[in-house]
Design a protein. Structure first.
Lengths: 270, 233
């Protein structure tokens, strides 16, 4: 880097190399106006596994997550530098249509945000606009498969025409996950998907995440370290825009190498 | 042992972790004096001191049970992570080893009464030397725990080989003693058990050293580094 003032937080981990890499971040900097929110982050996120981003509020973990499907572009003053590649394809390339990118990279937010439509239409919406279904029967099949994968089918099969907003919080979150799955994404980003849910609904989502990782690359931002420990295979700890430590979840939670990681996960941050 | 870290945001949690290592330190100190007292009881043929050691074991057991309860409570209520997790698990395992050391000391003390029934054996001196080595190692491992020193823990592991060598030569000597003079068999057999128990105390001391190494570094102590680099050929 020409700018000697840039703090480097390049952390590669051997374990990430043994797993097949899906997403590669290389020297990523993010600015909100004049303020730099992310400092030179480089990491390889493996496919078919769950990677958790942890860190205190304002550490940049959501910002980094949102660079992966260019959600930061929706914020006027946000500016991203560096390379973000999914299977080698540059995400920020001019040739990439963000709408297509976001079908490839699904996202689930903190608060479930179903469309004010029926359960069926919530799931069918994506496949329809992307032209993924060849007819009604095909679409029915996609909706059913997606709801089944999201573990919601048995609870809603007999009321697909009812509004999605009428479901419980946990069901809505699973509906939103079904909606993301319906367009056959490769990556699913989750930004604190359980923070508005009770423990039972949280357990169901965690079980779902564990099943989904067989087929998807999942990146989850969570404030609950216990959740990161439960659901992820890799954990990245961010602090003040730096990637402080990145490694297998088991190592991070039993034997972190960086004092800042140690302080954070043991509750010593002050 | 948590001195090098910042305090917890939740102070009661730090207090509990400190209480845990205090308990281990107390239990360790108690075990150390139990072991040196049981050896003294055998050497001085002192039945009163032997009874005192047998009586003192209840205290060791009580401390172990208190530590166990505290550990279970902390796992349930605090869900310790990283170094805290290692400290909690290490405390649990170490208290178990100390409790076994206490039992072995009690067993040695009990043999004082049997040994006192026959003439003193010359080899008792060798057992005493072995005992001193075992006590020194136990003392050292407890210091390593207080200081959080992985290096000292490794040194203790290495020094256990000397204890084993002591035991093996004592075993051979006692055997030839018994063959030479069958009248000494009863006393020799008791002395052999004393030596065997000391050797077991040495093993538990090594276990504690291994836990300290894990607690401090997060890594298991590999068998290879337990040996002196010089004799790994």
């Amino acid at each position: 880097m020409a700018d000697s003032g840039t703090r480097s937080s390049t952390v590669y981990h051997d374990a990430a190399k043994t797993l097949q890499g899906k997403i590669t971040l290389d020297g990523v900097n993010v600015y909100y106006g004049p303020k730099q929110a992310i400092h030179d982050v480089s990491m390889v996120i493996p496919d078919r596994s769950v990677t958790a981003f942890i860190g205190p509020s304002g550490c940049g973990k959501s910002t980094i997550l949102r660079t992966i499907n260019r959600m930061n572009e929706t914020i006027d003053i946000a500016r991203t530098e560096g390379s973000i590649r999914i299977d080698g394809d540059e995400v920020n390339s001019k040739a990439v249509d963000p709408v297509i990118l976001r079908a490839r990279v699904g996202m689930v937010f903190q608060k479930p945000n179903p469309f004010p439509n029926s359960i069926y239409d919530n799931v069918a919406y994506g496949p329809r606009i992307h032209g993924l279904a060849s007819g009604k029967r095909d679409l029915d099949a996609i909706v059913e498969t997606s709801l089944k994968k999201a573990g919601l089918w048995d609870e809603v099969a007999d009321r697909l025409d009812q509004p999605g907003t009428g479901l419980s919080g946990g069901q809505q979150q699973r509906l939103v996950i079904a909606r993301a799955i319906a367009v056959s994404p490769e990556v699913i980003l989750m930004d604190e998907p359980c923070s508005a849910l009770d423990p039972i609904a949280t357990a169901k989502i965690e079980e779902l995440i564990d099943e989904l990782r067989e087929n998807y690359c999942i990146v989850i931002v969570t404030h609950s370290m216990a959740q990161a420990a439960r659901v992820s295979q890799m954990t990245a700890f961010f602090h003040m825009g730096d990637l402080v430590e990145y490694g297998p979840t088991e190592d991070i939670f039993t034997n972190p190498h960086e004092p800042r990681t140690q302080d954070y996960i043991t509750g010593r941050f002050g | 042992m948590n001195n090098q870290l910042h305090a917890h945001t939740v102070r009661a949690y730090s207090d509990e972790l400190n209480a845990l290592s205090d308990e281990i330190a107390r239990m360790g100190g108690l075990c150390e004096s139990q072991v040196s007292d049981c050896i003294a009881a055998v050497m001085r043929r002192d039945p009163a001191l032997a009874d005192q050691v047998v009586e003192g074991d209840h205290q060791v057991d009580a401390l172990e049970s208190a530590t166990e309860k505290r550990v279970i409570r902390m796992l349930a209520l605090r869900q310790p992570m990283a170094s805290d997790l290692r400290a909690t698990i290490a405390a649990y395992r170490i208290s178990g080893d100390l409790e076994r050391i206490g039992d072995l000391a009690k067993n040695i003390a009990r043999r004082t009464h049997e040994l006192n029934k026959s003439e003193p054996l010359e080899l008792t001196r060798s057992v005493e030397r072995m005992g001193k080595l075992v006590v020194a190692n136990l003392h050292r491992v407890l210091d390593a725990f207080s200081a959080g020193s992985a290096e000292e823990a490794i040194a203790v592991c290495r020094s256990d080989e000397e204890v084993d060598e002591h035991y093996n030569s004592l075993f051979r000597e006692l055997l030839s003693f018994m063959i030479e003079d069958p009248r000494t068999i009863t006393a020799s057999a008791h002395l052999l058990f004393v030596a065997k128990n000391l050797e077991r105390i040495g093993d538990h001391t090594t276990n504690i050293a291994e836990m300290i190494h894990y607690l401090v570094t997060g890594n298991e102590l590999h068998r290879d580094i337990r040996r002196d680099p010089g004799d790994v050929a």
